[in-house]
Design a protein around this ligand. Structure first.
Ligand SMILES: [Zn+2]
Length: 208
C-alpha cells in the first residue's frame, strides 16, 4: 500500500509520550480512582472503523464506556459456544451492570457498502462469513440503490443488531427487569452528527 510500518508505530510512540506529558497529569486523579474501580454505565457497540471513535464522539472520560467494536458493528445473535462479542456483552450487563447499551452504525461503512453493492468477498472468507450476521439487515432494507441504499442498510443494520442483542440471555433478563435500555444510533462522519434511530416501535428499545 506504499506505507512504511515503522512510521505508524513511531506515531504511536510519539502519542504515548505526549499523553504522559500533556494529558495524563490533568487526569491523574481520575486514573488513580480508576486503578481500582471499573463501573461504566454504558456498553457502546460500534464499528471497528478508525473514523468512529466512541469516547471522542460522546466526550466521555476513561472509565465511562465499555466498548465493543466489530466490523460493521455486528452483534451475532446468541448461540452456544465461545464468542468474544457475547462474552463482552455478558460481562458488561451481568457483572458491570451497565444501564444503557448503544449500537452505533455510521456513514460510509465499508461493511455495509460491501453488502449493499454486492462486493466479491471470496478473497476475504472470514469477512464474508462474519457479514452473514447482517443477513437480517439486508432483508429489512429496501432495494434502494446508491448512497441512499447504503444509508438505509446502515440504519436497518443497527435495528437488526439491536434485535440480535436482545437474544443474549443477560440482555433479555435486564430488559425484562427494566434495568437496561437499548439505543440505536448512526454517526455521520462528514458532519459529526449523531442521529438516534426511531426505535419506539421496537420492543425493549428506546431512542437516545
Ligand atoms: Zn463500519
Amino acid at each position: 500500500m506504499g506505507r512504511h510500518p515503522a512510521e505508524g508505530i513511531d506515531r504511536l510512540a510519539e502519542g504515548i509520550d505526549r499523553f504522559r506529558r500533556e494529558v495524563f497529569p490533568a487526569k491523574a486523579g481520575l486514573f488513580a480512582r480508576l486503578a481500582t474501580t471499573h463501573r461504566p454505565r454504558t456498553l457502546f457497540i460500534g464499528c471497528s472503523d478508525a473514523r468512529v471513535v466512541p469516547e471522542l464522539v460522546t466526550q466521555q472520560d476513561p472509565g465511562e464506556l465499555f466498548v465493543i467494536r466489530t466490523a460493521g458493528n455486528l452483534v451475532p445473535a446468541h448461540a452456544p459456544g465461545p464468542d468474544g462479542v457475547a462474552a463482552g456483552i455478558e460481562y458488561a450487563v451481568a457483572v458491570l451492570g451497565v444501564t444503557d447499551i448503544v449500537v452505533c452504525g455510521h456513514s460510509a461503512c465499508g461493511a455495509m457498502t460491501a453488502l449493499a453493492e454486492g462486493h466479491d468477498l471470496t478473497g476475504t472468507p472470514a469477512l464474508a462469513a462474519w457479514l452473514r450476521h447482517a443477513d437480517a439487515s439486508r432483508a429489512r432494507a429496501t432495494t434502494t440503490e446508491g448512497e441512499e441504499g447504503i444509508s438505509a442498510l446502515v440504519r436497518e443494520n443497527v435495528a437488526a443488531q439491536l434485535a440480535n442483542l436482545a437474544t443474549h440471555p443477560s440482555v433479555a433478563r435486564a430488559l425484562a427487569e427494566g434495568t437496561v435500555r437499548l439505543h440505536g444510533w448512526v454517526f455521520d462522519i462528514p458532519t459529526g452528527a449523531v442521529a438516534a434511530l426511531d426505535t419506539a416501535d421496537r420492543q425493549g428499545c428506546s431512542a437516545a
